[in-house]
Design a protein. Structure first.
Lengths: 469, 279
């Protein structure tokens, strides 16, 4: 076991120690899975939709270079300014410079895993800006000073009571925050956030899709915070991963239907906003306000994934979170145990290309049950890709123990001879099986199988002799 | 043993009327060593359904553990050895869906062999899929108990094993088959995973076990002994009294029960004092 894998095991074990929180987390995440299944079952052409999405994404990724050029040209023709950022750090610098040029002090942000991936909040704060996440879940984890635990539901690891206590602490003594009502919690956040929306000089969003044909970007959301984020400040910056490209506007008919159902079980999200160039809106007092839209197209390891034969299709991911919701490991990890922004199966597939060697251990944390592959709306063979990641992470030289085991696997007589002797030595067995006994406060929680006197092969040989064959 | 029979000329076995006479049963390494009862039951079940059964001791491992751990070369060499050992067999029935899925994949990935290059490769079927196909209409006996069929992931998502086992169990008289909540959730074994992440592996198994206990089943059956050994280890540690058996053990006993009721109680094999075992 590598050092990185040992660290991962320790983080996962630490999460498990919080039994009640894990049980609640598992229950909440599982309920999203049920909603997805119900929504998919109600769609008359679900499988056809999945196949179409897979084909569109495969085509878009095969021609990503030309679609990116097309997108950039059409976005600029519509009045946006397009930047290319090779790394998260480069994207952060571009955004900070734009904010400084705007003389901004307060930035409103809507939900964006892409900026989480870059660590944009911390970077802007270090640059002297105040950043307010306006998605409720994102705002909660921001106030807790922690990372999202789920790519769709960032605060799903927190209980209602914890959130009420947080709001009471952060929103001041004047706020009445009742834990027994989600409505009251939302209202408290809304009241606290409203002035910040109005004061923000810059609004930052991600994008769910970037349409090459129109040069427009599309943001789906349920809370309306993204709309406010982009309609009050005069500068809108969208940080968009390059894999978000779809060729045509019509393709959205496939992807919007898949995304809402897969992510939350909705037929469609409350708001689907198309931004084709900067918004122009008349302001009664100040005449026509100039508005600007800057789009930062982010690579940050994506082109590396594109170059990996086995993993290219992982870029088709639409970040719906379906693979997280079905993953028995993720549901017991509290999200954070993976140690990076994209947890669960898709994160473990992307990590080695986007994070380097440190991300390689993540692929170990899977039973290869295949639930992720079954759930993925865009047909990514996630558990096969996890096996491929394991293969890639192995050193060129196979360890001696594995070579010995493989040699024995091809010498059945010798293997059975040795195993027969091993079965007679309970103490040695206990030592060999020790790793199987999970220490929970020093108490084994899984016992090793009782060992039979006679193996199946020995029984068969005895029977064959008896029958005189 | 293992001479290619007349019927083997009709391979690859696609024809609707094809029915193998001689079945080569493959009992994977861990079943061979840790749960021989499952192998014996599989063999007796096949014989009870009128098949002649052969075992080839020239193969012990399918290679899947190496593949899943990321050792592709060790896997390929092991699978190649296995395919060699089974060369010329009429049909191979595998007593584990995960091994069967791996072997089917390896068999497909292998370059096709010309007629001049030895016997063609035998079809490889998981045991339950084999029985459902070739003995699915035969009488299935009687077993007056309540049983929970645990779905193994390979049996459920990557092969017909689970569906086949369910169909075979449905034909057993007086048998009540119950489903646990979250029936498609992994038990947490996962081969190397159970060693590298034992805390997580045990927790997943504990959660599965809780759902299974809630069904009120007398026994748990599965198409994969690996899930069963893992779940049984947790049940024993937690003092949960449940019987864990391969589906073929139940099916064999159901046939015997129908022949001569009560005479069937399968005698457990004599066991060495288990390492950390306690009851």
């Amino acid at each position: 076991m590598t050092e990185a894998a040992a660290l991962l095991r320790a983080r996962l074990a630490r999460a498990l120690a919080d039994r009640e929180r894990v049980a609640a987390f598992d229950h909440r995440v599982w309920s999203i899975r049920d909603k997805r299944l119900a929504a998919a079952a109600r769609h008359p052409h679900w499988e056809a939709l999945r196949r179409a999405a897979q084909a569109i994404k495969a085509h878009a990724l095969d021609h990503l270079d030309s679609y990116l050029e097309q997108f950039a040209a059409r976005a600029e023709a519509a009045g946006a300014v397009v930047h290319f950022a090779a790394t998260g750090a480069a994207a952060n610098r571009i955004v900070l410079e734009l904010c400084r040029a705007e003389r901004a002090s307060l930035v409103a942000k809507s939900k964006s895993m892409t900026t989480e991936e870059c660590g944009l909040n911390e970077f802007l704060e270090a640059g002297g800006l105040e950043v307010v996440d306006t998605d409720l879940g994102e705002r909660i984890v921001q106030l807790f000073r922690e990372a999202p635990s789920h790519i769709v539901a960032p605060a799903i690891h927190r209980s209602r009571g914890e959130i009420a206590a947080l709001f009471a602490r952060c929103f001041g003594p004047g706020q009445e925050v009742r834990a027994d009502s989600i409505g009251a919690l939302v209202e408290a956040a809304r009241r606290a956030m409203r002035p910040q929306f109005l004061a923000a000089e810059v609004g930052i969003t991600g994008a769910n899709f970037a349409v090459a044909e129109t040069g427009g970007i599309v943001v789906v959301e349920n809370e309306g915070n993204s709309l406010l984020t982009t309609s009050v400040p005069s500068l809108h910056i969208a940080v968009v991963g390059i894999e978000k490209i779809v060729p045509r506007l019509a393709d959205l008919g496939v992807f919007l239907a898949l995304l809402a159902r897969s992510a939350t079980g909705q037929r469609i999200t409350s708001y689907t906003t198309h931004y084709a160039g900067p918004q122009r809106r008349e302001d009664a007092e100040r005449g026509i306000r100039e508005r600007r839209l800057h789009i930062v197209l982010l690579d940050n390891g994506r082109s590396r994934v594109l170059g990996e034969r086995h993993h290219r299709r992982a870029l088709a991911c639409i970040r719906c979170g379906a693979c997280l919701n079905v993953c028995p490991v993720y549901r017991r990890s509290l999200g954070h145990a993976y140690g990076w922004v994209y947890p669960g199966p898709i994160g473990s597939v992307l990590a080695p290309a986007m994070r380097g060697a440190a991300g390689s251990a993540l692929a170990q944390a899977s039973t290869l049950c295949g639930a992720c592959t079954e759930a993925c709306p865009v047909g990514i063979d996630l558990h096969e890709q996890l096996i491929a990641r394991r293969t890639e992470s192995r050193a060129a030289r196979t360890p001696l123990a594995v070579r010995l085991a493989a040699a024995l696997a091809r010498r059945p007589r010798l293997a059975r001879f040795l195993l027969k002797r091993l079965r007679r030595r309970p103490a040695l067995n206990r030592r060999l099986f020790r790793a199987w006994l999970a220490p929970a406060a020093g108490v084994p929680t899984r016992l090793i199988p009782a060992l039979p006197r006679e193996s199946f092969a020995e029984w068969w040989q005895r029977r064959t002799r008896r029958n005189g064959r | 043993m293992g001479e290619a029979s007349q019927e083997s000329e009709q391979r690859p076995a696609g024809g609707p009327s094809w029915r193998p006479r001689l079945v080569t049963l493959f009992v994977p390494c861990y079943v061979d060593q840790l749960r021989p009862e499952a192998g014996i039951a599989a063999l007796e079940l096949l014989e009870a359904h009128g098949f002649e059964v052969d075992v080839r001791l020239g193969a012990i491992c399918c290679g899947q553990p190496f593949a899943n751990a990321g050792y592709a070369e060790a896997s390929r060499a092991t699978s190649e050895h296995w395919l060699q050992a089974m060369s010329g067999a009429e049909c191979v029935a595998v007593l584990a869906s995960s091994c069967a899925v791996h072997l089917q994949r390896e068999s497909r990935a292998r370059p096709p062999r010309g007629a001049d290059r030895g016997a063609p490769e035998p079809p490889v079927l998981e045991l339950m899929a084999f029985l459902a196909r070739f003995a699915g209409a035969a009488p299935a006996g009687r077993w007056p108990r309540t049983v929970c069929l645990h779905s193994s992931c390979h049996g459920l998502r990557e092969s017909d094993a689970d569906r086949s086992a369910r169909a075979l169990l449905a034909r057993v008289q007086d048998l009540r088959v119950v489903r646990a909540e979250r029936a498609d959730e992994c038990c947490g074994f996962g081969g190397g995973f159970s060693v590298e992440f034992p805390e997580l592996s045990v927790r997943m198994g504990h959660d599965r076990l809780r759902e299974i206990v809630l069904t009120g089943a007398d026994e748990v059956v599965a198409t994969d002994v690996s899930c069963l050994l893992h779940l049984e280890g947790i049940a024993r540690a937690e003092g949960v009294r449940l019987e864990f058996r391969h589906v073929s053990e139940l099916l064999r006993d159901a046939l015997r029960e129908a022949e001569s009721p009560r005479a069937s109680a399968a005698q457990p094999l004599e066991r060495a004092p288990a390492g950390a075992a306690r009851r």
